[in-house]
Design a protein around this ligand. Structure first.
Ligand code: FPP
Length: 263
């Protein structure tokens, strides 16, 4: 029991009655919508930028906590294709924070063995942001403990449209026929075709929607919502999400194990 207690630091007796800690299912790929920074700041009478800063700090905590559970891929929604409609000053703050973050935390990411990748319409970002993306990706290629995927200037619909455009170009060039387009071929033309689909998508802050996040990849993801605002989302909340995930019956359109035996 001592060992279990240290491996699952926030696994209270009550939680152990719900799920045996040794049977906790760990998603290969966890995706998180980092929502609620503005409300977190407002509650403290701070500017929204302080909320985004606290949100960025909490990303470090999330990486540590996911590393603790051995989660291999973590995708976070940092800036959506719709976020450009926010006031220019807020967009600027988010871009600056992004640049600052990777310069400041790269040594820590290195220590934790975290590879960094980006998903989104990166080519449409300001040049200095694109440079940060390239540097962070190149410099972290060798790390293999966990992959942090930052969805930046990301929109699920835009990702699907861009995949469709790539395929249309291939048809036009005579490289493939339109009837060759299958789900597999389509998926190979998305932003990160080698990354497995997310098993679990978490959204804190009380909103219950996916807001154009991983539209294709999340077709069969389990969803988990929490009222806690993103900057306060810690180990306890992650553990609660993993317990809920463990109890889900993932059927992917088929039958559950129990029902398969029934006929
Ligand atoms: C949503 O909260 C959050 C965002 C649009 C930005 C998320 C960005 C970060 C956590 C920091 C930057 C990321 C990196 C990788 C350094 P909101 O502002 O919509 O909150 P609200 O709904 O309470 O107003």
């Amino acid at each position: 029991m001592r060992q279990e207690e240290s491996k699952f630091p926030l696994f209270s007796k009550k939680k152990q009655a719900e799920v045996d800690p040794s049977e906790l299912k760990i998603p290969t790929h966890l995706a998180v919508i980092m929502d609620g920074n503005g409300r977190w700041a407002k509650k403290r009478m701070l500017p929204r930028s302080a909320g985004h800063r606290a949100g960025a700090d909490n990303l470090k905590t999330l990486c540590k906590n996911c590393g603790h559970y051995g989660i291999k891929y973590v995708t976070v929604y940092a800036f959506s294709t719709e976020n450009w409609s926010r006031p220019e000053s807020e967009v600027h703050t988010l871009m600056e924070l992004f640049v600052e973050y990777f310069d400041r935390y790269d040594p820590e990411l290195e220590k934790e063995g975290i590879r960094v990748r980006f998903s989104g319409d990166i080519a449409a970002l300001p040049q200095n942001v694109q440079d940060v993306c390239r540097r962070a990706e190149e410099g972290s290629k060798h790390r293999d403990k966990m992959t942090l995927i930052v969805a930046f200037n990301y929109g699920g619909r835009r990702e699907i449209i861009q995949a469709a455009q790539k395929l249309a170009e291939k048809v036009k060039a005579g490289q493939i026929r339109s009837e060759d387009i299958t789900e597999e071929l389509f998926a190979q033309n998305l932003y990160l075709p080698d990354v497995p689909d997310p098993d679990l998508i978490i959204r804190p802050s009380g909103e219950e929607r996916t807001s154009n996040f991983l539209v294709w990849e999340g077709a069969y993801s389990e969803l988990w919502f929490s009222d806690v605002l993103w900057p306060d989302f810690g180990m306890k909340e992650l553990t609660d999400a993993l317990i809920a995930y463990t109890k889900r019956d993932r059927r992917f359109g088929g039958l559950s194990q129990e029902k398969k035996g029934e006929e």
